[in-house]
Ligand binder design. Structure first.
Ligand code: ZN
Length: 415
């Protein structure tokens, strides 16, 4: 029988909230999650869940094997804090000067441990495996810990068929979930361009290659990427935020530097915009007799949910939290390292409502006064655990029906 974990988070809530407060008091920034990692391992030992360590430094992989063989579902939590001095005035505020869990990763880790505990109680009833992925260094874009964990073979022995992650979300009330098919979070790239012409006297432009005129032409042409090359319903931004060049009113500038950012919601759009960016910068510059040097930094890719697995999260949320628990949401242009897992494995990323009641304007993630509503913690644990259970059942059902297919074909041939 399919385990139903509705309400099961309650009995664990106190323990997991205390655990979250411990992580909150001892925040560790990207790449330094040593005590966090130790605490995770201690808890997994206590819950008798086997694990392996050493992925991307402090990463941990817990594994629960079900009573019968089957597919594999992974759930991921990020572990790192931020170099921010906490101003939230909590009884369990950060004890480490200049460091703070201002993005709720303390709650992510605690809830994933809670979900692991809930699932270990029902493991005999599961077909397949559940992986618990504790990921370091989410906050250091563009090099986050997801890629290095996979490089360190985190999934060599157990390969996920589907992967999920959740993020606390101050703009949704407790009891609501934000999930949608397609883009959830954006890609954010950064660039710097240096145009090199040839300087000279303002009165003799024919002896120069005016870097200001070249830069001006390049920038105007770059604006045609979003307006002429990108589908107008596919939100994209290309902004030049800084420009610098020239010496004085009567000197033709030999050099201009400009910097900016490209934001996209689809990985194929990002690639197309990046390709157009390079060909316009080089093409225009060359055609005007100047030279361009481009520094381009790929940020996290867009976080794009599979339709099927976003729907799975939605259905599970409705069963656990009610019909009104999944409002229609717009994607967010913030970056998220989970995108790297989603490029390799199908799955979905969702937001867990954690708004603090009685506050008119919620403090956003990464704010020194950021707070989350701990009433969401048992719900987040249940949702993670139940989504894993339901997904294993979905995969099992798919497997059964795919075995049935050849039979159906044969029947069809008799027509
Ligand atoms: Zn975060």
């Amino acid at each position: 029988m399919r385990p139903n974990l509705k309400g099961e988070g309650k009995q664990l809530a106190q323990e997991i909230i205390e655990l979250r407060r411990w992580f909150h008091q001892f925040p560790e920034v990207s790449g330094e999650e040593f005590e966090t990692s130790k605490k995770i391992q201690q808890k997994l030992d206590e819950y008798q869940i086997p694990y392996t360590t050493g992925y991307a430094g402090t990463g941990v992989l817990g594994v629960i094997e079900g009573g019968s063989p089957g597919k594999t579902v992974a759930i991921r939590a990020d572990m790192d804090a931020l170099p921010i001095t906490e101003e939230a005035n909590l009884s369990f505020a950060s004890k480490i000067e200049g460091k703070m869990h201002a993005c709720g990763h303390d709650a992510h880790v605690a809830m994933l441990l809670g979900a692991a505990r809930l699932l270990s109680d029902v493991k005999d009833q599961l077909h397949g495996k559940v992986l618990f992925v504790f990921q370091p260094s989410e906050e250091i874009t563009p090099n986050g810990g997801a890629g290095p964990m996979m490089d360190d073979q985190v999934f060599a022995e157990h390969t996920p068929d589907v992967i999920f992650a959740q993020h606390v979300w101050p703009d949704l009330p407790v009891g609501q979930i934000g999930v949608r098919p397609g883009p959830m979070m954006g890609a954010s790239d950064r660039f710097k361009v240096e145009i090199e012409g040839a300087g000279g006297h303002a009165s003799m432009p024919h002896q120069t290659v005016d870097a200001i005129i070249v830069a001006n032409t390049v920038i105007n042409n770059l604006q045609t990427i979003v307006s002429r090359n990108v589908n107008p319903v596919d939100a994209t931004v290309l902004t030049i935020g800084r420009i610098e060049g020239g010496y004085r009113y009567n000197v033709v500038a030999d050099k201009v530097t400009f910097e900016g950012t490209i934001r996209t919601f689809k990985n194929e759009t990002k690639q197309m915009v990046k390709d157009r960016f390079f060909s316009i910068v080089h093409g225009v510059t060359e055609s005007m007799g100047a030279k361009a040097t481009i520094e381009y930094y790929d940020g996290y890719p867009a976080t794009v949910n599979d339709e099927k697995w976003a729907q799975r999260v939605k259905n599970t949320a409705i069963e656990l939290l009610g019909i009104d628990s999944t409002p229609i949401i717009e994607p967010c242009l913030g970056g998220e390292d989970f995108s790297r897992f989603l490029l390799k494995y199908p799955g979905a990323y969702f937001w867990l409502g954690t708004a603090v009641p009685g506050v008119e304007k919620q403090k956003p993630l990464h704010d020194p006064k950021f707070m989350l509503n701990e009433e969401a913690i048992p719900l987040g644990m249940e949702l993670m655990a139940q989504t894993a259970v339901d997904t294993l059942y979905d995969l099992q059902a798919e497997e059964n029906s795919s075995h049935a297919k050849p039979l159906l074909k044969k029947v069809a041939n008799y027509k």
